[in-house]
Design a protein around this ligand. Structure first.
Ligand SMILES: CC(C)(COP(=O)(O)OP(=O)(O)OC[C@H]1O[C@@H](n2cnc3c(N)ncnc32)[C@H](O)[C@@H]1OP(=O)(O)O)[C@@H](O)C(=O)NCCC(=O)NCCS
Length: 322
């Protein structure tokens, strides 16, 4: 049957989620549709453009591109895109559908002025991306800190992929509470990255409310004082092997002096075996580096070149889930 590729219709989302579920092995009863719509319809950087491949009235494949915004060293907004969520129906795989949909997306996003693409593809899709103009930018540096001695032993056993879904936690307070006030949220930023501010996600109040607002993800906040501007850590709990991990999505700090007391408060508060975080070197000082384990980032130029990984100040909030 002839395969046609075109922009997806809003009415096709249920079919797309069903195909994604079949191709990615999603388990029924999990909030996958809520997560999909949260990513692709509720993103404050803009709804995701989506493309489909159809054979007659059959959905043979789909491709989405999540919109993202960075601030560059001058503070200017840089529009990027992330190839998050694509699948070809197993019956149609190996016929170039992923390639066709992805190159159509590349052309349309470049024409629209999107600057570059970044993602952490899985083993199935990475070979294809590398043939379509992507290149490996390197592994995002991660580091960990056990919360106690016995926890350190459990952490050592955590050598498998983390669970996709969060575990509920009562530590700290619900993260959305922290970002309810625009004036407060606007002041909450990661540590200044010193001489080279590089590229960092455009953390607006709307971004925070979206990024930490999906109830199914159970994001929590631990703050140094009543006022979150004194220092705030955002995390969620996940199982990994026999351990419970506190995935530290963001550390929002007024200055470097707040880092050590905030990490101490977090270690004391979380019901987890270890903290896991990513970010510029100074954030990882005093933590155990985990060489070779961070997600492998790939990038592709569109309307301009992609920055090197060394200039992208990525926290786990920028990487996990997408
Ligand atoms: C990954 C996936 C989308 C590829 O779809 P597809 O339509 O079969 O891919 P294409 O036919 O367009 O292949 C494009 C290239 O990707 C590579 N490729 C495709 N499937 C691959 C696989 N399973 N393993 C390794 N490389 C693969 C091939 O090298 C191919 O290059 P070629 O043109 O030289 O043959 C499909 O296997 C799939 O749906 N997987 C499950 C969902 C998934 O993992 N999605 C990605 C994460 S969101």
């Amino acid at each position: 049957m002839e395969i046609t590729v075109r922009a997806a219709e809003p009415t096709e989302t249920e079919k797309i989620v069903a195909l994604a579920g079949r191709a990615l092995g999603w388990t029924a009863g999990e909030p996958n549709e809520a997560l999909f719509r949260w990513k692709h319809e509720q993103n404050p950087f803009g709804a995701s453009p989506q493309w489909v491949a159809v054979a007659g009235d059959r959905l043979a494949g789909f491709r989405t591109m999540l919109r993202w915004e960075f601030l560059d060293a001058s503070g200017a907004v840089v529009r990027a895109a992330r190839p998050v969520d694509t699948a070809t129906d197993p019956e149609f795989q190996g016929r170039g559908i992923f390639k066709k949909l992805t190159m159509l997306a590349v052309d349309e996003l470049t024409e629209a002025g999107t600057e570059f693409i970044f993602n952490t593809p899985n083993d199935q899709s990475r070979p294809g991306y590398l043939k379509m103009g992507w290149s490996e930018a390197g592994r995002v540096p991660i580091a960990a800190r056990p919360t106690g001695l016995r926890s350190a032993l459990r952490m050592a056993s955590a050598r498998t992929a983390a669970e996709k879904w969060s575990r509920a936690s009562s530590a700290g307070r619900p993260a959305p509470e922290i970002f309810a006030d625009d004036a407060v949220a606007a002041e909450l930023q990661p540590l200044d990255a010193g001489t080279d501010p590089g590229f960092r996600t455009n953390r607006t109040p709307a971004y925070y409310r979206w990024r930490y607002g999906l109830p199914e993800l159970h994001y929590r906040a631990v703050t140094l004082g009543r006022d979150p501007r004194e220092g705030t850590a955002i995390f969620r709990l996940r199982g990994r092997g026999g351990a419970v991990e506190a995935t530290v999505a963001d550390l929002l700090l007024p200055d470097a002096g707040a880092l050590a007391p905030l990490l101490k408060a977090l270690r004391r508060a979380v019901d987890a075996d270890y903290l896991l975080l990513a970010g510029p070197g100074q954030l990882r000082r005093g933590l155990l580096p985990i060489p070779g384990q961070g997600p492998l980032l790939t990038t592709r130029p569109l309307a301009s070149l992609a920055p090197p990984l060394s200039r992208m100040h990525l926290s786990l909030a920028d990487i996990e889930l997408f």
